[in-house]
Design a protein around this ligand. Structure first.
Ligand code: ADP
Ligand code: MG
Length: 324
């Protein structure tokens, strides 16, 4: 049986690694980690917790969980336009299972290395499986993509595609049955999302966007947070929403509901002046992330959904609320 300290040493301590961000003075092993942000930059800090039975099903693949628990945190940095510095990991484990720890840490570090974001500390305890990461990033003062910064007349944009994660969830809950090819395409969107860090950094760094957030609970609900914080309304063309490739093969009503309010998309929704359209398309290309214009910020409060012909659309939609 592994002791707590053996476990930390074996799976979560990487000695002699070059610090990719160049900003970690002291990592795992002391009472605190020491980070040295670039002088003059602001820290961006966010935590996300994944709880078994709530955010993932018991028996979920350990490698995917390692990936996803960091991905959802990187996605928050992306939504702010921040560059990753490092992260901490607070882990409650029912048992010290070497196979699980090996898979989890490999999934975690593969994504950490892809983003130059080092694990610098954490806490480990016995308990029901619970994974909480706190991530640290940095950005230049005044460049953060805040939820309260949308302005009437802004375009509304979406990165990537929406709905395939919700489609994969529906398939795994037997709400519908995907064929094998669609399942193979949709499942990674649910289990291994790609945080849009490069795009977010360009949008903030080049001051192309006003407001942004990452879509975790469904676009309509999450866009509502921007509208409330910015005290504006919006017109959203539901048929302009880019559906994931598997969802694009489904019937129109499902496509509309899962793109507009699917959940677990981890794409960016951002608002930007119309004058920046070409620069935003170029930023999408440079970051390898397609971007699609799907609506407009308006003065009148509320969210108005329309179809491709501009006619009002009534969809029975709501974001995912853990306490509803
Ligand atoms: P303390 O009792 O001072 O909080 P711990 O015994 O909890 O220290 O942890 C020892 C060291 O291991 C600390 O540097 C802590 O940040 C690190 N650590 C603990 N758990 C993890 C983990 N899951 N991942 C990374 N580092 C961890
Ligand atoms: Mg501790």
């Amino acid at each position: 049986m592994l002791s707590e300290f053996d476990l930390i040493k074996q799976y979560f301590t990487r000695k002699g690694r070059p610090d990719a961000s160049g900003r970690t003075v002291l990592g795992v092993g002391d009472d605190c980690a020491l980070l040295a942000p670039t002088p003059g930059m602001q820290l961006a800090v966010s935590s996300d917790m994944l709880v078994e039975g709530r955010h993932f099903l018991a028996g979920a693949d350990a490698f995917d969980l390692g990936h996803k628990s960091l991905a959802v945190n990187l996605s928050d940095l992306a939504a702010m336009g921040a560059a990753p510095l490092g992260f901490t990991l607070a882990l409650a484990l029912p048992a010290a299972d070497p196979a699980w720890l090996d898979g989890f840490s490999r999934g975690l570090f593969a994504l950490a290395d892809a983003h130059g974001c080092e694990l610098v500390g954490g806490d480990t305890t016995k308990g029901p499986l619970n994974i909480c990461i706190t991530i640290f990033g940095e950005l230049a003062p005044g460049t953060a993509l805040r939820r309260d910064a949308a302005r009437p007349g802004d375009d509304i944009w979406i990165s990537g595609t929406l709905g395939d994660a919700r489609l994969a969830l529906a398939d795994s809950l037997d709400e519908l049955a995907l064929d094998e090819a669609d399942r193979r395409q949709a499942a990674p969107r649910l289990h291994a999302p790609s945080p849009r860090v490069a795009l977010g950094r360009l949008l903030a760094g080049e001051r192309l966007a006003h407001a942004a957030l990452d879509i975790s609970d469904g676009l309509v609900g999450d866009l509502g947070h921007i509208l409330a914080a910015s005290e504006v309304g919006a017109l959203l063309d539901v048929d302009a929403l880019p559906a994931g490739p598997a969802l694009a093969r489904q019937a129109l009503d499902l496509r509309r509901r899962f793109t507009a309010a699917g959940g677990d998309d981890y794409e960016l929704c951002f608002t930007a002046p119309a004058a920046n359209r070409d620069a935003i398309l170029a930023a999408g290309q440079r970051s390898g992330t397609p971007v699609t214009r799907v609506g407009r910020i308006e003065t009148e409060p509320g969210l108005r959904l329309v179809d491709g012909g501009g006619a009002p659309l009534a969809l029975n939609l709501h974001g995912w609320d853990h306490f509803a």
